[in-house]
Design a protein around this ligand. Structure first.
Ligand SMILES: [Zn+2]
Length: 208
């Protein structure tokens, strides 16, 4: 994979134009044209030290996220991870691990990958911190789309579990889209009740 990365000329995931070596899958023009949220801070319920959604869930980001998730267009992952990496300066400095929102194993098997992991791995590498292991999605929650906030919360009760104690001081949860915040909140609670001292959340886009 690394060799392939090295040999393949990198083209922009959004427009196809070949980009320079220091860019990761996203050209300068497309980067500037994305629907950035200013400020990126997003009002997520209380438990988060900091919560950021970098963009509005609008074209072309909505299309890119759906293509990544449902059509296996994995070339969008490095481009969207690049977007997440721009948050670094605005995030708390004591973040010491990254947790992609876990997928239930059955859904992961069907999809072949977890899009949140595809986003979180380049972020962890760029920030120089580790990916937190051992947190699982133990309940195959039905799709959240079309559900109201109360139903989403009910759906997610006991959806996540930690296999062992979390020794991270400050965990950054990463996902593609934030809608009601119910998933991030539920996962954040599991981390806090298993030893994490603080949790923050970072998503590519906000759909609210
Ligand atoms: Zn482009």
């Amino acid at each position: 994979m690394v060799l392939l990365d090295f040999l393949a000329p990198r083209s922009c995931a959004f427009c196809g134009v070949f980009s320079t070596a220091d860019e990761r899958g996203l050209c300068v023009n497309c980067f500037d044209d994305l629907p950035w949220r200013v400020p990126a801070a997003s009002p997520t319920p209380g438990i988060f030290e900091c919560s950021m959604a970098m963009m509005d869930y609008e074209f072309p980001v909505d299309v890119a996220i759906k293509a990544l998730k449902f059509k296996r267009r994995l070339y969008y992952a490095p481009a969207l991870a690049e977007v997440l990496c721009t948050a670094r300066r605005s995030l708390p400095a004591d973040i010491d691990s990254v947790l992609p929102v876990p997928l239930h194993w059955r859904r992961k098997m069907v999809r072949g990958f977890n899009q949140a992991t595809e986003l979180a791995v380049p972020v962890a590498r760029s920030f120089g911190i580790e990916i937190l292991r051992g947190v699982k999605r133990c309940k195959a929650t039905p799709s959240q789309s079309g559900l109201g906030a109360t139903e989403r919360r009910r759906n997610l009760r006991q959806a996540f579990s930690a296999r062992h104690r979390v020794f991270s001081k400050h965990v950054l949860i990463i996902d593609d889209v934030i809608t009601t915040g119910a998933t991030l909140t539920e996962l954040g609670k599991v981390l806090l009740s298993n030893g994490a001292q603080k949790v923050s959340a970072l998503t590519v886009a906000s759909a609210r």
